[in-house]
Design a protein. Structure first.
Length: 148
């Protein structure tokens, strides 16, 4: 297997805990490289190498109601650590269009991927799409009244 490289990836060492502006943007942005035996995240001031993965999950993490994140639990020098990754391209909307899911599926050779049982992220995407189309309809209706 050759390396897979994903650019514009968000990294957090913990999930968001507050619905604040500062906490929402408390993340690193960089490049994720998935090799045959490891995951490497490269960013300004941070180079993370993940070798011993114990568990991987996919879905909503912390207080972020929209973006699905990949949660990795791994061992680093005998200490269990966590890493959270999401596709941050398209101003953060690439994960909405299955960017984070593609990263999740590309981890299948490193660890057994569990079946996704938390489907809240799908419900949130449907709700956001419906709200977007409702907004477009209302905007169209308002503009039509104005020009007729």
């Amino acid at each position: 297997m050759t390396s897979k490289v994903f650019r514009g990836i968000w990294y957090r060492s913990k999930p968001s805990k507050e619905l604040t502006f500062e906490d929402a943007f408390d993340r690193k942005r960089g490049k994720l490289i998935i090799n045959e035996k490891e995951i490497i995240f490269e960013s300004d001031g941070l180079n993370l190498q993940i070798l011993n993965i114990h568990k991987v999950s996919f879905g909503l993490q912390g207080t972020d109601p929209v973006n699905s994140w990949i949660k990795l639990i791994y061992d680093e020098n005998g200490i269990k650590r966590q890493a959270y990754f999401a596709d941050g391209k398209l101003f953060g909307h690439s994960g909405f269009f299955e960017g984070t899911w593609r990263i999740y599926k590309s981890l299948s050779h490193l660890v057994h991927l569990p079946e996704i049982i938390d489907r809240r992220h799908i419900k949130n995407k449907v709700n956001l799409a419906l709200l977007f189309f409702l907004l477009l309809f209302l905007l169209y209706w308002r503009l039509q009244d104005r020009f007729l």
